[in-house]
Design a protein around this ligand. Sequence first.
Ligand SMILES: Nc1ncnc2c1ncn2[C@@H]1O[C@H](COP(=O)(O)OP(=O)(O)O)[C@@H](O)[C@H]1O
Ligand SMILES: [Mg+2]
Length: 224
Amino acid sequence: MVRFDRIGLRYSQAGGRYGPEVLHDLNFALPDGVFRWLLGPSGAGKTSVLRLMYLDVRPTRGRLDLLGTDVASARRGALPRLRRRIGVVFQDFRLLPHLSTFDNVALPLRLAGRPEGQIRADVTEMLGWVGLGRKLGTRPLALAGGEQQRVAIARAVIARPSLLLADEPTGNLDDTQAERLMGLFKELNRLGTTVVVATHNQTLVARHKAPALRLENGRLIGHE
Ligand SMILES: Nc1ncnc2c1ncn2[C@@H]1O[C@H](COP(=O)(O)OP(=O)(O)O)[C@@H](O)[C@H]1O
Ligand SMILES: [Mg+2]
């Protein structure tokens, strides 16, 4: 369960002051195992909502519950574990440039302490599935944009997160790749992962009917 209860967000600025509120009074709950689009024009607050959901920023007011944990009152030590149950596809990928494709995707499994033999099998299979079976040893900067995006997607889903968040994940993908990606997200969702996808891709949204959180100017204007 993810629950936003009258959440407001301001970003802190240089000098320790807070800027204007960019999210206002967000109220919604996502039961475990749902799929939600996160929609709204540029600047509406989609990335900010996702950042709250992966503990990158804290709400400046309201109460946020993530996977059964009240984030504000949780012990600091509990947050990294919680964070490891959340997979994120960043809009700008955030791959580690000094690591190979294989090692980037293996990272969440290594952090989770999985045995190296299982890691080898899982990562190889996943990278084959996203069409990067021949790029295991390549570093991110030697990959095309769409390839980097697929590495980022593989890394986000490899450890079967409880919550998967994706910020404009099809931005650099062609139509076929975007459809494959949706297939992967839906499969994970079928297996129990809660999935939230922020997108501008109207074709994708029209093709894959699912309830949406709609934002405008930092407010939730629809949640069906
Ligand atoms: N790090 C930041 N510091 C200050 N303001 C920010 C920051 N990130 C986003 N904003 C502001 O918050 C609002 C929502 O932005 P964002 O969440 O990125 O929207 P979206 O992803 O829907 O385009 C915008 O007005 C944006 O300028
Ligand atoms: Mg954004």
